[in-house]
Design a protein around this ligand. Structure first.
Ligand SMILES: [Zn+2]
Length: 387
């Protein structure tokens, strides 16, 4: 990566043509239109709290350093702020009269109200700016490093930065826009927040089958987002068509994978709903999040539900009872061995050699209680479990 340190750009230069968008809460442009202050992938401006923004201005007035600023060179004459957009926006907002600072007498002063020598100090202060040019990989690596100091970007924010372009801009309008009226519906199935790009992340995961970087790279300069939108909506529509119920446990499931695996099957939503209600009411189902795939797969894979197992006390007492009765009759304490014809017919297994089994299977209504528990040797238990 090539970096050039610039020390001759002053606050006056930066504030030339400064535009702040109140509605979006972002500093948009500066440096006579050549600088994009908050590119699409950046967070919104968060310094407007009367403390952080004021501190930036006071530091400049006291001639304290306000730190390094990084620009990415987009073309010969265009730049984007990679790090420093909060500071630059604070400066631009102060100079354009958006907030005031207290003077030595405790009076609130806007830029236009402070002494002209102070105005001059601010305007003539040069900023320490690194202009950087590099490959995507280099910029990504470097982004990770400079973000250590502030709130780190999450993975999707980082990807948005690396693959910034028309595609990311359009995607953010659709999936990262808190004014999109679909958000409420999406949040029934997806967990996360619009601001942290989590709906976008999800849409990208689904359409790319988890190859997000690759997908964003290939579509980087696309002028539409038809494919990702259509795929995302298909998944959402499919979920809401198959499952009439909306449950908390549906949030954040691997819907993309489930859609790929099951969307070609036909389901009766009323029957699904009835079964779902029954499973939700079943105290033996420990993993409710597994219910959805369990139903999609035809109610066979009980492992998904993590059915409550027998506790140690139950196993101990059933073992003792079975072993005592078997000893008296001279038969194996595994009831299935006892009715067999091999040498295990009369074998007394140790507790550690046996497993607890539901006499009546859970799937047939058998409860996880002492009355429905029997101890089987591990071989027979495994054989029964596989049926
Ligand atoms: Zn056995």
């Amino acid at each position: 990566m090539k970096t050039t340190l610039k020390t001759n750009i002053t606050i006056k230069d930066i504030c030339e043509g400064f535009v702040y968008n109140e509605l979006e809460g972002k500093g948009l442009f500066g440096l006579s239109g050549r600088l994009t202050i908050q590119p699409e992938y950046q967070r919104n401006y968060i310094y407007a709290d009367g403390k952080k923004d004021v501190a930036v201005i006071n530091s400049i007035l006291k001639k304290y350093p306000i730190g390094l600023i990084y620009f990415v060179k987009v073309t010969d004459n265009k730049f984007e702020v990679l790090d420093g957009q909060q500071r630059i926006t604070s400066i631009g907002r102060y100079v354009s009269g958006k907030f005031a600072i207290k003077d030595e007498n405790g009076m609130e002063q806007y830029f236009s109200g402070i002494a002209s020598d102070k105005q001059k100090i601010i305007m003539e202060t040069p900023l320490l700016i690194y202009e950087c040019e590099g490959t995507e990989t280099e910029i990504k690596e470097w982004f990770k490093t400079i973000n250590i100091a502030g709130v780190p970007l999450n993975n999707q924010e980082l990807l948005n930065a690396v693959y910034s372009g028309t595609f990311v801009t359009l995607c953010k309008e659709e999936f990262s826009n808190s004014r999109n009226s679909n958000i409420q519906k999406w949040s029934m199935y997806i967990s996360g927040s619009v601001n942290r790009q989590e709906f976008l992340e999800c849409a990208l995961n689904w359409v790319s089958k988890d190859n997000v970087g690759d997908y964003m790279g290939r579509h980087r300069n696309d002028k539409n987002i038809n494919q990702i939108k259509a795929y995302f909506n298909s998944v959402i529509d499919w979920i809401s068509a198959v499952f009439k119920d909306v449950e908390n446990e549906m949030k954040g499931l691997e819907w993309g994978r489930l859609y790929e695996e099951y969307h070609k099957n036909a389901y009766d939503p009323n029957a699904i709903s009835k079964k779902l209600r029954k499973l939700y009411a079943d105290p033996y189902v420990k993993n409710r999040r597994g219910i959805f795939e369990f139903l999609l797969g035809g109610s066979t894979d009980t492992k998904l539900l993590d059915i409550r197992i027998f506790d140690e006390a139950t196993k101990n007492s059933v073992y003792a009872k079975q072993t005592e009765a078997a000893g008296k009759k001279g038969i194996s304490n595994c009831p299935l061995c006892a009715i067999g014809h091999d040498s295990n017919k009369s074998k007394i297994w140790k507790l550690t050699e046996m497993d607890a089994d539901h006499v009546t299977a859970w799937s047939k209504g058998g409860a996880t209680i002492v009355k429905n528990c029997q101890m089987l040797c591990k071989t027979h238990n495994r054989a029964k479990g596989n049926k």
